[in-house]
Design a protein around this ligand. Structure first.
Ligand code: HEM
Length: 409
């Protein structure tokens, strides 16, 4: 695509040119707008955020790789605001080296492939139990019955959290992230956020103290025990990691599972292909992540004056790498709007990020996606989305259906 091409049909040029990550038009269907940005304004200034949105794959990767020039430090304040249960702690996702290196080294020791393998039988049981319940109903909301509880129950299991607490976690997680919408909160919402934030903090500090006295084989015990050269995580650092693992992995995986069903509805020949060759299920999971990325956009801060694609970025500006656009970039992906599990260029997607902050939960998310899709295919010959229109969730950084009414046979 080049600058002389006309804008996509179906939307007025003005509409396409007015990208804002929080606008309803972007929430409804961001992809024509991203296409327009990549072609005409690959680095777009957004005045009220004092931010520069970066939409081409090559520039998004460059931003994610250059952590010295593009710091992650604004991430937590922008995402959690007053909902932050560990305001004193350094969050790994918002840390730059050397702090990030230290935290990531310790986390990698606890959240390892071996831990995942050990937990695999329990993970399979959780997926099975949710599908058993759903199969009895046939018609249900896929988000509420499967996509949302599945990752919460699994991370709850891995962290050693009582089953009875898992619904409470969903509420706590929602309220922690709702704290990021500071400008639009009512007094009542603010009070609920503060209460849940404080309960979240207290619950985990108590758990951390308990596993210090009596360690188990769960992830919190592993984080408390992780040690490198005599260095260990403090209680507040473990708390911040619990927040990240609970929140970072839940909405994103819910989105992956729901988006997979939407993709299969829109590309039925891909469903036939994958049902006929189950070895393609892992590729379907990754291709769904590329095609409709759960995390659409995040933040960085420019640490000094710089330039991206010829546009000057002053020191301290916010930079917004648009993952959802980088993954549809026609310069990298052939027919980027088409779901194609056999595409040769799949490895260039950035749905899990790139560089030092590349997702810690990648292997777990892929396992959850594969297990869920395989078990759905095993149980149901047909999965039909029965609602006429899909409404996408309000969180601006996330692309996930609010509900997904299905009929399964
Ligand atoms: C489909 C599901 C998922 C998607 C699309 C996803 C996406 C991402 C992305 C894009 C980043 C990079 C953030 C950045 O560069 O600023 C990231 C980092 C992270 N993710 Fe995920 N994630 C998923 C699942 C999970 C799960 C299951 C967990 C844990 C249970 C998790 C925990 C984390 C953590 C802790 C980080 C921070 C890593 C660091 O700063 O070094 N994620 N994820």
């Amino acid at each position: 695509m080049n600058a002389s091409q006309p804008p996509s049909p179906g939307r007025a040029a003005d509409d396409l040119a007015s990208y804002h990550p929080m606008s309803p038009a972007v929430q409804e269907d961001p992809y024509p707008i991203y296409r327009h940005l990549r072609a005409y304004e690959p680095v777009k200034y957004i005045a009220d955020l004092n931010g520069y949105a970066v939409s081409r794959n090559v520039d998004v990767r460059a931003v994610l790789l250059n952590h010295a020039l593009f710091s992650s430090d604004p991430l937590i304040q922008l995402a959690f605001g007053e909902g932050n249960p560990a305001p004193e702690a350094q969050y790994m996702i918002a840390a730059d080296p050397p702090d990030h290196t230290r935290l990531r080294t310790l986390v990698n020791k606890a959240f390892s492939r071996r831990m995942l393998e050990t937990q695999r039988p329990q993970i399979v049981r959780i997926v099975d139990a949710l599908l058993d319940e759903a199969a009895e109903r046939q018609a249900f909301d896929f988000v509420e019955c499967i996509a949302s509880p599945l990752p919460v129950n699994i991370i709850g299991q891995i962290m050693g959290i009582e089953t009875s607490m898992r619904a409470t976690f969903r509420r706590w997680s929602n309220n922690v992230t709702a704290g990021g919408n500071a400008g639009t909160l009512t007094d009542e919402q603010r009070a609920a956020i503060h209460a849940d934030r404080d309960d979240f903090r207290q619950y985990f500090l108590e758990r951390i103290a308990a596993v210090r006295r009596r360690p188990g084989d769960d992830l919190i015990s592993a984080l408390v025990a992780a040690e490198e050269g005599g260095d260990q995580l403090t209680a507040d650092e473990v708390l911040a990691l619990c927040v990240l693992l609970l929140i970072g992995g839940n909405e994103t995986t819910t989105s992956l599972l729901s988006n997979a069903l939407v993709a299969l509805r829109d590309f039925p020949e891909q469903e036939r292909l994958v049902r006929g060759n189950r070895a393609l299920v892992p590729r379907l999971t990754e291709e769904t992540l590329r095609h409709n990325s759960p995390i659409q956009v995040l933040f960085r801060r420019a640490t000094s004056d710089t330039e991206i694609a010829g546009v000057r970025i002053p020191e301290n500006s916010i930079v917004l790498p648009i993952f959802g656009s980088a993954n549809r970039d026609e310069a990298v992906f052939e027919r980027p709007d088409v779901l194609d599990v056999e595409r040769p260029d799949l490895r260039h997607h950035v749905a899990f990020g790139w560089g030092i902050h590349m997702c810690v939960g990648r292997a777990l998310a892929l396992l959850e996606g594969e297990l869920a899709i395989n078990h759905l295919f095993d149980r149901f010959d047909r999965i039909e989305i029965t609602q006429p229109e899909i409404h996408w969730c309000d969180a601006f950084y996330l692309r996930s259906p609010k509900e997904l009414r299905v009929l399964c046979r």
